[in-house]
Design a protein. Structure first.
Length: 44
């Protein structure tokens, strides 16, 4: 697993990536959800 820090509303959390090969598909899913669900702009 790869560890990295993510920032959420000025707080930092350690995150673990179990399978980095899924990152591209995960980003596409996130971008789709963000463009179709406007509420996500306020939470992330």
């Amino acid at each position: 697993m790869i560890g990295f820090y993510i920032r959420l509303k000025s707080k930092f959390m350690l995150s673990k990536v179990k399978n980095p090969k899924l990152a591209k598909q995960g980003k596409l899913s996130y971008e789709w959800a963000r463009s179709h669900m406007q509420i996500l702009d306020n939470t992330i």
